[in-house]
Design a protein around this ligand. Structure first.
Ligand code: PMP
Length: 395
């Protein structure tokens, strides 16, 4: 079949191929980016959906406004307020997962050949999505404190990108957290070069100890002129339920209007039933306890994985202990003649019945073949320990 040329630069994700192997009996998977289904607040969501149907059946089951269901926009505005962001309900739109917000940004901002700066590594689906719109992606290097802002400045000055896409808090796959100092620097760069910054923040609420620094959006109050250069994407997927498909985008009015127009032709609106359920849930006041619960459980798993990696893999692997999110980002050092190719290790690991994702596909440019992503979200502590032991054997 003759498909559209926009598909020419986009491949089926390497991760999807790997996922086909995950059905093997007895496999322990560190591969997925999913939260743990056992952690969903089923009771709370049952109550919320019941209420949505009894109190507002017209709203929950009817077509709705493209911008989002008003009671949910109000609740999301209040939720953002708890995170230091003042936003009017009209200053955000509800999206079908934050993935749709990324797609709408691609649709509204990227013409074929436009340059976009992303982190190296970054979220794979973003790479694919922006490429679908013909973006030329440029990778900015990161370390454990997130994107290196000096390098970022050079790249912005050289390439004059359409926008810069960052996952500042517990990045996928990097787990890195952008320092407060660098967040401020990013805002200064936005103003200095008049560049749009996209802050993708699905993991910011998922911290294990101290809260991370405020989002770039929250910090924009201190940097005159920066708020008009920011788009912020949020999501209930990682903390509440990805199946609800509730995300949101906060952006300058002009950009929100264009994104809303594009959304209208895409899915008309996000499921009103999901939106009404999410609105009732946020209104019920259960969210703080839910957040405390997921932080505690994922925090324990992250601890267990860090300790097991040190114990079982020793100096064959280097990593920074993540302070939140769902992922370890590790690098095979090749110490003592051990394997330093994560693709090869992934194959051997599957034979030992443990799975993870090699890091290379997460790079838009110049992949580091020694890197790998390990999710600690879905396996319990005992499985994490057993899985990492198998990984050590595979290595
Ligand atoms: N951004 C990042 C960085 C992600 O990791 C994910 C989910 N894996 C998303 C966006 C999309 O999430 P959702 O559409 O479920 O909100």
């Amino acid at each position: 079949m003759q498909f559209a040329s926009r598909l020419d630069n986009v491949e089926t994700s390497a991760i999807r191929e790997l996922f086909k192997l995950l059905g093997k009996p007895g496999i322990i998977s560190f591969a997925g980016g999913f939260p743990d289904s056992a952690m969903f607040d089923v009771e709370g969501l049952k109550e919320a959906s019941q209420k949505a149907l009894t109190e507002e059946p017209g709203g929950a089951l009817q077509y709705g406004a493209t911008e989002g269901y008003e009671p949910l926009r109000t609740q999301l505005g209040a939720f953002m307020k708890t995170k230091g962001v003042d936003v009017d309900p009209s200053g955000l739109i509800v999206t079908t997962g934050s993935q749709q917000a990324l797609d709408l940004l691609g649709k509204t901002m990227i013409s074929p050949g436009d340059k976009v700066i992303v982190e190296g590594p970054t979220f794979l689906a973003t790479i694919q999505c922006f490429r679908l719109y013909g973006a030329q992606l440029i990778s900015a290097p990161i370390d454990a404190n997130g994107v290196k802002t000096d390098e970022l400045e050079k790249l912005i000055a050289e390439h004059k990108p359409k926008f810069v896409y960052l996952i500042p808090t517990f990045g996928n796959p990097s787990g890195a957290m952008l320092s407060l100092e660098r967040r401020r620097k990013v805002l200064e760069l936005a103003v200095k070069y008049q560049t749009l910054i996209v802050e993708d923040d699905p993991y910011g609420d998922l911290y294990f100890g101290e809260a991370p620094p405020p989002s770039i959006l929250a910090l924009s109050k201190d940097v005159p002129g920066s708020r008009e250069l920011l788009a912020h994407c949020g999501s209930l997927s990682k903390v509440l339920s990805p199946g609800l498909r509730i995300g949101w985008m906060i952006a300058p009015a002009e950009l929100l209007a264009k994104a809303t127009m594009c959304k209208q032709f895409s899915d008309a609106h996000t499921s009103t039933f999901s939106q009404a359920t999410a609105a009732q849930y946020l209104k019920s006041g259960r969210m703080p306890a839910t957040l405390a619960h997921v932080r505690e459980v994922y925090g324990q798993r992250a601890q267990a994985m860090g300790a097991a990696l040190k114990r079982e893999l020793g100096d064959a692997v280097s990593f920074t202990q993540p302070q939140g999110g769902l992922f370890f980002w590790a690098r095979l050092t090749g110490a003592n003649g051990k394997l330093a190719d994560a693709n090869e290790l992934a194959k051997r690991a599957i034979e030992k019945l443990v799975a993870f994702v090699p890091g290379a596909p997460f790079y838009a440019e110049k992949p580091d073949l020694a890197t790998l992503r390990l999710s600690f979200a879905t396996a319990d502590v005992a499985k994490i320990e057993e899985g990492v032991k198998r990984l050590g054997q595979a290595l």
